[in-house]
Ligand binder design. Structure first.
Ligand SMILES: [Zn+2]
Length: 400
């Protein structure tokens, strides 16, 4: 396949072509000529980049906003609304809503999604069952990683039911263990139990970490030290890390160095945390963002994600990671290229998929957007005209 008539972020406006063989980019440059029988796609002068990663979704809750309102608008209001209305979520309607969300994201250029699936005493493994079915249905267009988001408590004898559900979820085909230590009575013990459980199951860990604005409470140094002392080697992601953003800069730097040393990736979730957090403070309202600058300065991989999609945790959202990237410019003060990396190259590294893009030897996960550069792409979120996943067109011209 030859994608002609495109510019790339590094081509300085020069028009090039990109050749793909199987799942790999094999040539990039001006003057590439189509071979006999080669499939040619005209990029119409658009910007060809690597495709997008949604690092943090909750597909099982997608599009529940009308069915389950959140009257207080904060995190605990959303959680309470979910618990009171759990019966609204059936396996069938979860499959329908989640599949709709996946197909929307793919049209927006997403080829890898990491989604959490509620695994609690109340709903058992129904979200896992639904999302495994969605993964089967969409296997040809997207890579879907599923995290078992274990309910709380996680610790002690009362937590055993959740830890056991985590084992069953991994047995069913879930890829990653997750949970919310900050909701547990014993946050540090919850960190320990989750690291132990993921180690036992030999899967990565992706935590909802410190999703609150109390700068006195942060569990990230403990998590980093526990990862290092336990020798856990399957990959750790700390999502949210909101309270770190409320701390003194010296503490932010010290925590960032520990996370870098332990190779813990961080996912910032500006959309949902701007909505949920800071509601008790009307003067100098917190942004609900982690300490993006000091984490990046220390060498921590900081990706961005969308979190919730039109549900009690976030009533808006379009299933487009460029929205999160735009907020990384506005609210986290990244340059446009770095903001795009937070939903592309850095995001790929955080969720553990190979590098992609218009580079020889890279994975052919690509997209074309009808814009003249990265800043314009983030400013307009123009509809993607072509999305390629593993060398196959999954949206746009030439599909099939
Ligand atoms: Zn989340």
């Amino acid at each position: 396949m030859l994608i002609t008539n495109v510019i790339t972020p590094s081509s300085s406006g020069a028009v090039v072509a990109v050749r793909v063989e199987d799942e790999t980019v094999v040539a990039v440059g001006p003057g590439l000529v189509a071979g006999a029988g080669e499939w040619v796609i005209d990029g119409d002068g658009g910007l060809l980049t690597e495709s997008l990663v949604e690092t943090h979704a909750h597909l099982d809750k997608a599009y529940l906003a009308e069915l389950i309102p959140n009257p207080t608008g904060d995190l605990m209001g959303a959680i309470a609304a979910m618990i009171a209305n759990r019966h609204v979520m059936t396996v069938e309607n979860t499959i329908e809503r989640a599949e709709r969300a996946v197909r929307t994201m793919v049209r927006n250029g997403v080829t890898t999604i990491r989604t959490h699936a509620d695994v609690t005493q109340e709903n058992g493994l129904t979200s896992v069952e639904a999302l495994l079915e969605v993964r089967r249905r969409t296997a040809a267009i997207v890579d879907l990683q599923i995290v078992a988001l274990l309910g709380w408590p996680l610790t002690g004898s009362r937590g055993e039911v959740h830890r056991q559900l985590g084992r069953e979820a991994v047995g069913m085909g879930v890829d990653i263990i997750g949970g919310c230590p900050h909701l547990d009575d014993d946050v540090l013990m919850a960190n320990a139990d989750l690291v132990d459980l993921a180690g036992e199951l030999e899967v990565p860990l992706d935590l909802h970490a410190d999703e609150h604005t109390d700068g006195e409470r942060t569990s990230l140094v403990d998590l980093a030290e526990r990862v290092m002392t336990s020798g856990f080697s399957h990959g750790v992601t700390a999502s949210h890390c909101v309270s770190l953003g409320m701390q003194h800069v010296d503490d932010q730097r010290a925590t960032a160095e520990k996370l870098a040393e332990a190779r813990v990736g961080v996912v910032a979730l500006p959309q949902t945390n701007l909505f949920l957090q800071g509601r008790d403070t009307q003067s100098a309202m917190p942004r609900g963002l982690t300490a993006v600058k000091h984490l990046r300065d220390a060498g921590v991989l900081v990706a961005a994600g969308s979190d919730n999609l039109q549900d009690p945790f976030n009533p808006v959202g379009r299933g487009d990671p460029l929205d999160a990237a735009g907020l990384m410019v506005l609210a986290a003060h990244l340059l446009p290229a770095d903001a795009l990396a937070s939903v592309t190259s850095v995001a790929r590294a955080v969720v553990g998929v190979p590098a992609a893009g218009p580079l020889v030897g890279a994975h052919a996960d690509l997209m074309v957007t009808p814009v003249s550069g990265v800043r314009e792409m983030l400013a307009t979120c123009a509809p993607r005209s072509l999305v390629v996943r593993r060398g196959r067109v999954v949206h746009g011209r030439g599909r099939g």
